[in-house]
Ligand binder design. Structure first.
Ligand SMILES: [Zn+2]
Ligand SMILES: [Zn+2]
Length: 288
């Protein structure tokens, strides 16, 4: 057994024995970053395993694909299974508990992204996907490696947008579209410029039903990703979320049991927001 696999087995054991503690998830993410830098087939096989354990199914597929030969039936079956997650990719992966450090390759891609105030880490939330070969933005016709995979309300049939065309507002203007439904925003923001930024220059997220954008301290919150109860526990914010009127008001006495039934990637899904001013976490949920 090679040293990469030995280390992975030790980390996975820790992950399982601690009931997926935040530290064990963080250690697996850091090991993923390390393996991404190695560029050897031995490391890439283990990278696929680490990604699968973290439920980063899109990344696991990308790591595995160049390694699989046509005669390796077992690996082909595994690749086919991972391919079935291609619609959602890494969207419902376990959350990285601390920081967003990545391999130098990913950091370069991330640094080239425009900043989205209301959706600050669109690579982590899989609002943007990374293509192994460049695709063409349908708005500016430029090649792009990072492209948008989220809602765009327009009559035009648009599949591929680059981050710049979203950030500049060009895509929204050119196709007379919006990235959020303006009737599904929480009340409490009076500044029209904030609303314009959210509707026309911010990548959206993908809900089961109608996406809804939370508001706190007089401003739209930042979308922080897809969550279940497990993720809230790892982040140690269960109490904070239960305090949110969306849970406390609507769910009544059974609110904690209700929250505990929420599984990331399952039929009862959580969408996490964070206030840009006071830092409070807020939740939105829906069902398939
Ligand atoms: Zn573009
Ligand atoms: Zn606030």
């Amino acid at each position: 057994m090679n040293e990469y696999r030995q280390k992975y087995i030790a980390l996975k054991k820790e992950f399982e024995q601690t009931g997926q503690s935040a530290d064990s998830v963080q250690a697996l993410y850091e090991y993923r970053d390390f393996l991404e830098e190695q560029n050897t087939p031995e490391a890439a096989w283990v990278l696929a395993d680490v990604c699968e354990t973290l439920e980063l199914y899109g990344s696991a597929f990308e790591a595995l694909r160049p390694l699989v030969t046509r005669t390796d039936k077992k690996a082909l079956r595994r690749l086919a299974k991972l391919a079935s997650f291609q619609g959602t990719g890494d969207r419902y992966a376990l959350r990285r508990p601390h920081g967003t450090a990545r391999s130098s390759k990913m950091q370069k891609l991330q640094a080239a992204l425009p900043h989205f105030r209301y959706h600050p880490d669109p690579l982590a939330t899989a609002a943007f996907l990374i293509s192994s070969s460049p695709v063409t933005c349908e708005c500016c016709k430029s090649p792009t490696q990072i492209y948008y995979k989220g809602p765009f309300y327009t009559v035009a049939n648009i599949d591929t947008l680059c981050p710049e065309c979203i950030s500049s507002g060009l895509a929204a203007r050119k196709f007379d579209g919006a990235f959020q439904d303006e009737y599904c925003l929480e009340d409490g923001v009076t500044d029209p410029e904030k609303k314009e930024e959210l509707l026309f220059r911010t990548p959206g997220y993908q809900g089961w039903q109608q996406e809804y954008w939370r508001v706190h301290c007089g401003d739209y919150c930042a979308f922080a990703g897809y969550v279940g109860y497990r993720e809230l526990k790892q982040m140690e914010i269960v109490e904070e979320i239960l305090d949110d009127p969306v849970c406390a008001g609507d769910w009544g006495d059974g609110k904690e049991e209700m929250l505990a039934a929420m599984v990331n990637g399952g039929g009862f899904q959580g969408y996490l927001f964070q206030c840009l001013h006071c830092g409070k976490y807020l939740l939105w949920t829906d069902c398939d």
